[in-house]
Design a protein around this ligand. Sequence first.
Ligand SMILES: [Zn+2]
Length: 248
Amino acid sequence: MSLYMEQIEQLVVLQRVDSEILALEKALQAAPDQLQELEKRLQYLQEQEGIIQEKMDIVLEQKHKLEAEIDADDQLIKKNKNKLLQVENTKEYHAIMRDMDTLEKTNRQRKEELDTVLADIHELEERKAALAKDVEDVRDRIKEQQAQLDAKLQEKRERMGKLLQEKERATKAIPQPILERYNFIRQRLESPVIVPVTEGICQGCCIAIPPQNYIDLQKGEQILSCPNCQRIMYWDKHFSPREESPEA
Ligand SMILES: [Zn+2]
């Protein structure tokens, strides 16, 4: 193979490798985004857990307060019952009975309130348990996705290693000025930047190249650019790129 053909071939390899490197870099950057949705969901559930715990703390405090008050007044009622046994006159008897009525009435109301509080606690406990289950589910899914993602990333990194080696090999075969021209065009134009010329037509811009350029191209002596789109061109009769699957 002539030096010219070798260079064209390596330029085509370089272009394929560069395109795949670019795609891989994008894929590597996008990878963490896939987990974001699940992590957002987890954060939301954990916030809900916090809100429920705050509510729970409040109703538990109410429960303890009510229980203590009920207990204290029950003690007073017991004391009053003992006093009744030793009462000396009717007036004192009625006064104690009135006190007891009031205490009992208040405690009945407290016990009703306590029932409501207990029902609230029960409901909150159920919601807490359901949330804990959801949190566990999301955590499992995050773990699962993370593992899948890690495996894919590992594959991509290995592929990237191979591509970089391939790129280095191709780069060595191409003279520096042509490499610079290639990089210059690549930064400014859409891929591909190494294009065949078929029957005098540049396949990069679909415009006919001037006859003298076409003759020079067919000589296969130096790397030429399309005068119209600036892409590096080669004659399709000289060279046809090997089909290589990206996974090869
Ligand atoms: Zn062109």
